[in-house]
Write a protein that binds this ligand. Structure first.
Ligand SMILES: [Mn+2]
Length: 325
């Protein structure tokens, strides 16, 4: 569907709906939260009120003004329309949102994942775009008036998913948008410092532990760091606070795939996969373990026996790197 037709359809449908909900994916990041909030504000400007659904309130690692926005974690409302943002697959929606999706009359998806399964009735998926925020901005531009709030949430989401405008998903269109956002007093320096640069003493300690845990495989082409339950217990660090390590491992020269494993709760292993290589698709690794994401950045969970699952993960990584004979 053309972007204008999609935007029109969504706004028309929502304006006739009694209730509308918006949701990003599980384990929310700044792009999914900020594109949800942006969508909510765009609807508001068009006379439509909508709830942003979350599995649970955001933890303290999130930027205060974002954390303090109004989210809905529990409700009996049966939404007529459900809009998902930044989510490629129904199983990646938070449980609450997936339940509401099943009973909704009309559903929409706004996304930039190349593997979006088109699980909603109407989809606006632009693979290769920097962020769900960019897709939202460009799709709805004729239908909103930029203000300080919108500029702030768009800036945070785009900054997050482009790694500060350095990943290969950063295009000239991204900078066209940024130049519009920066006309507003959004305190970009404060945002970057508070959202992306500042690090709590706890997560600094976690970074040290994660670095000390790094193991290399295949002549340094695969790097694996592990933060186990005891690291979380001893430091009292938050999971979100500890994800910083994922940005560091892929910087090590010759590392083609960086694997970061986190066990914030007993037996619950979250895995982040990153690559800086043009010809490596880490989402192909994640998919084998029922995860997903982007070609350069994906995520999954390890289930079952840890050692066995880790071996399978490394094997699958070798496979994707073409190292299996
Ligand atoms: Mn995203």
């Amino acid at each position: 569907m053309q972007s204008k037709a999609f935007a029109k359809k969504l706004l028309q449908r929502c304006s006739h709906a009694v209730s509308v909900a918006i949701s990003g994916h599980k384990s929310p990041d700044y792009d999914c939260i900020c594109s949800s909030l942006a969508m909510q504000e765009i609807l508001r400007q068009n006379g439509i009120s909508a709830d942003v659904l979350l599995e649970r309130p955001l933890d303290d690692s999130f930027y205060e003004p974002i954390k303090n926005c109004n989210f809905v974690c529990e409700t009996d409302v049966q939404y007529e329309v459900v809009i998902s943002v930044d989510t490629p697959e129904k199983n990646m929606l938070p449980t609450i949102a997936n339940a509401k999706r099943e009973l909704a009359q009309t559903t929409f998806s706004i996304d930039h994942h190349h593997d979006n399964s088109l699980f909603m009735e109407f989809s606006q998926v632009w693979a290769g775009e920097s962020s769900a925020c960019e897709v939202t901005f460009r799709t709805f531009e004729p239908y909103f008036k930029l203000n300080e709030y919108l500029a702030t949430v768009f800036y945070i989401g785009i900054y997050a998913d482009t790694g500060g405008f350095i990943y290969s998903n950063t295009h000239s269109t991204t900078f066209d948008i940024l130049s519009k956002l920066l006309k507003y007093d959004i305190k970009a320096d404060e945002i970057v410092r508070d959202c992306f640069m500042s690090i709590s003493p706890k997560s600094f300690e976690m970074l040290g532990r994660a670095m000390a845990s790094v193991e290399f495989f295949e002549n340094g082409q695969i790097a694996v760091s592990v933060l186990r339950l005891k690291d979380f217990e001893e430091t009292k660090a938050l999971y979100n606070d500890s994800k910083l390590i994922t940005n560091y491992l892929q910087r090590i020269k010759d590392v083609k795939v960086a694997i970061c494993i986190f066990e914030p709760e007993k037996g619950d292993y979250h895995v982040s996969l990153r690559t800086a290589c043009d010809n490596v698709d880490v989402s192909a690794i994640a998919k084998k373990f029922n995860g997903g994401g982007h070609i350069r950045a994906s995520g999954m969970k390890l289930v079952g026996d840890y050692e066995k699952a880790l071996r399978a993960l490394i094997n699958q990584t070798k496979n994707v790197l073409g190292l299996l004979k």
